[in-house]
Design a protein. Structure first.
Length: 122
């Protein structure tokens, strides 16, 4: 049996950590949770939606092109969130709606990392 209890951080490769911080914190409204040097030339940067258990580690590197992260963010109202992100210049996909499936849409960060936003039930 494992003693693991949660998913703490998911790594996302970005070209420029400062530009990524500006997008995730300034555009999306995430909070910066950690920004610390790990060597003379590298740093560890984490961001997350406010109140989220799991964070994103913005790891410096050369992204391998558009990457489907498989990460789904939860929101109370997908249509409103899509409109708000689009107004802030985020590249968003169309709002998808099917019977018995929560509304959702997709968006990309400036490095081509692909994410999804899904409306929470209730």
């Amino acid at each position: 049996m494992t003693t693991m209890t949660d998913v703490r951080t998911i790594g996302v490769t970005v070209r420029d950590q400062d530009a990524a911080l500006d997008f995730y914190v300034g555009t999306l409204g995430f909070e910066k949770r950690l920004d610390a040097p790990i060597s003379p030339t590298q740093r560890w940067v984490e961001v997350a939606p406010r109140g989220a258990t799991t964070s994103l580690a913005l790891t410096a590197g050369e992204p391998a092109g558009p990457t489907d992260t498989g990460i789904r963010f939860a929101v109370a109202d997908a249509a409103s969130e899509r409109t708000a992100l689009a107004a802030r210049g985020v590249a968003v996909g169309q709002l998808l709606q099917w019977d018995q499936v929560p509304p959702m849409f997709e968006f990309d960060d400036p490095d081509g990392n692909h994410f999804y936003v899904v409306e929470t039930a209730g």
